[in-house]
Design a protein. Structure first.
Length: 123
C-alpha cells in the first residue's frame, strides 16, 4: 500500500515537471522594421481584455502593454531582430507567431497554461 502511494506521488511529480511553461513564445525574427499587432482570444474565442503582454529580446523586456477591451494589441513599428512574446498576467500560453518576409501572423486563440492555471472547485 505504501509503495502504491509513493508511485502515485512520483507520477504526479513527473507529470508536473514535464509540463512545459508555454507562457513565452518561441523566437520569431523580424527581417526589417515592421508593424506588429494582433488580437488575443481565450479558448472560447472571446477577446481577452487587459492581458499583460511583454516583448523580449534575449532576456530583456523591450516593450510591455495590455490588450484593449477587444483583445487587441499594437506594438507599433518594431525594429529588425529576434523576439519572443510573453503572456504575464493570465494563465494563458503565448500565441504561435510565424513571420515571413515583412508579415507576421499571430495565432490569436490562446491555450490555457496548465503550469499557471489554478483549479476551480465547484460546490
Amino acid at each position: 500500500m505504501r509503495m502504491v502511494g509513493l508511485c502515485a506521488i512520483l507520477l504526479v511529480a513527473i507529470t508536473y515537471a514535464s509540463a512545459s511553461d508555454c507562457g513565452t513564445s518561441r523566437d520569431f525574427k523580424l527581417n526589417g522594421s515592421q508593424a506588429f499587432a494582433g488580437v488575443l482570444k481565450d479558448p472560447a474565442n472571446l477577446p481577452i481584455p487587459g492581458l499583460l503582454v511583454e516583448v523580449l529580446q534575449a532576456k530583456t523586456v523591450v516593450r510591455q502593454l495590455r490588450t484593449d477591451n477587444e483583445g487587441r494589441f499594437d506594438l507599433g513599428r518594431m525594429p529588425a531582430g529576434n523576439y519572443r512574446l510573453r503572456i504575464v498576467s493570465q494563465p494563458f500560453c503565448a500565441p504561435k507567431i510565424e513571420c515571413r518576409g515583412t508579415t507576421c501572423n499571430v495565432a490569436g486563440t490562446l491555450r490555457i497554461n496548465e503550469r499557471k492555471a489554478k483549479p476551480i472547485t465547484v460546490y
